[in-house]
Ligand binder design. Structure first.
Ligand SMILES: Nc1nc2c(ncn2[C@@H]2O[C@H](COP(=O)(O)OP(=O)(O)OP(=O)(O)O)[C@@H](O)[C@H]2O)c(=O)[nH]1
Length: 393
């Protein structure tokens, strides 16, 4: 089903009545003077995996958000970004109507579109701020969400301009339980990392959808593959994208560190994969996960420099030659320092941020952890990082 068709269908259906507003204001006019950042969730996923089904599920759930939807569609040669504010009736205003705004984008690439003409689209959307308090952005099954996420997160031009009131909440990837393995394995790309792998790598949450169509053993193999590619993401098995909305919306993924799976779990997944074989080594994508001790201020500074070197120069500190194959798609981490502070590392491709955990944010830390996902993350990278971290103890 195309995106506009889906929305038409949703809007034709009985419009759900929203209950309490937990985040946003109850009516646009109440909010004209109130400034608050609108969270944005990117929904990516394999072709036909169930992205629209997830979107529909979120839109019809009683969660209390008024949601603006940005989606692109294969209706014609160029992508179109369709922004609709689902101005759903509320208990206080049962007559409120859904409104629609179609924003045409000339450029065929969603990422470039948002950067260029798409800025106008976002600006237009933000002028309606107050009419919604959450944004869902559905990418096509062929899009790599990494560059799109980068635009909404840590992009100074955008975040100082029209995007200043938008906060990237998280990236959700829907994977087809039935065809997921096939899609990943057949997804050849020139640089060796196909879009489906990039989507999994960039995700904070993975919905392993259509579990009704496969056996438990097939599911376990695919889940192990996904964990191998991205050990930092939370994985939920779903049928028709039925997941508690709290696992996909308002997850605040860019404020917290990696989800807390133990290294033991990861090793187990690696064993499962070993038994069944994997193609990821061929494509060169892998993940690197290391425990992080409590860091001294000096090591903290060195870690910052290490990340810059690896992400920006593609050079592994302590290793004489740079590696053209080194490419980090996603990094995440959380660690404590001897000053008693907890820091969160967040990175999407070449952009990264290490920021102290704000008071009140979730993040009780038993053990520090750093996770890198990308290409060329072999033993040399692990040893270099380990040597740096060991210098703290
Ligand atoms: N059996 C089964 N079918 C599902 C499930 N989830 C979605 N579907 C069906 O799979 C088909 C594709 O679902 P969509 O939600 O349109 O997938 P999509 O990812 O938005 O598709 P594209 O936008 O074309 O990439 C539809 O016919 C859905 O009804 C599920 O868990 N089990």
């Amino acid at each position: 089903m195309s995106a506009p068709q889906l929305l038409d269908e949703i809007l034709d259906d009985d419009v759900p009545v929203l209950i309490d507003h937990q985040v946003g204001p109850s009516a646009p006019e109440d909010t004209a003077e109130i400034s608050h950042s609108v969270p944005l969730t990117i929904i990516s996923g394999f072709l036909g995996a169930g992205k629209s089904t997830l979107l529909r599920r979120i839109l019809t759930e009683h969660h209390g958000y008024r949601i603006a939807v940005i989606m692109n569609d294969f209706g014609d040669t160029a992508y179109r970004l369709v922004a609709k504010t689902i101005n759903v009736a509320t208990a206080s205003d049962p007559t409120a109507e859904a409104s629609e705004e179609v924003l045409e984008l000339a450029n065929g690439c969603l990422c470039c579109s948002i950067k260029d003409s798409g800025i106008a689209a976002i600006e237009k959307l933000m002028q309606r701020k107050g009419a919604f308090d959450y944004i869902l952005l559905e990418t096509t099954g062929l899009a790599d969400p990494g560059p799109i996420a980068s635009i909404f997160w840590q992009n100074e031009d955008f975040t100082r301009g029209s995007g200043r009131d938008i906060t990237l909440d998280g990236v959700v990837c829907v994977v087809d339980a039935m065809f997921g393995r096939k899609q990943i394995e057949e997804d050849h790309a020139d640089d060796g990392i196909g879009e489906s792998l990039r989507q999994v790598a960039a995700a904070d949450v993975i919905l392993l959808n259509k579990v009704d169509l496969v056996s438990t053993s097939e599911l376990e193999i695919l889940e192990a593959q996904l964990r191998m590619i991205n050990p930092a993401a939370a994985i939920h098995r779903t049928t028709r994208a039925e997941v508690d909305v709290k696992h996909v919306v308002n997850i605040n993924a860019y404020a917290s560190g990696p989800s807390r799976r133990s290294v033991h779990d990861h090793d187990h997944d690696a064993d499962t994969l070993h038994e069944h074989g994997t193609h990821y080594e061929v494509r060169g994508i892998s993940s690197l996960q290391v425990s992080c001790p409590v860091l001294t201020p000096d090591t903290h500074t060195k870690l910052d420099a290490w990340i810059r070197s690896v992400l920006w120069e593609r050079e592994i500190p302590g290793v004489s030659e740079g590696s053209s194959s080194l490419e980090v798609l996603r990094c995440k981490g959380m660690f404590r320092t001897t000053s008693g502070e907890t820091f969160v590392l967040q990175g999407v491709r070449s952009m990264y941020d290490i920021a102290p955990l704000e008071a009140g944010e979730p993040g009780e830390l038993e053990e520090g952890k750093l996770v890198l996902i990308g290409k060329g993350l072999g033993d040399a990278v692990r040893s270099s990082l380990q040597a740096l971290l060991n210098s703290s103890s």
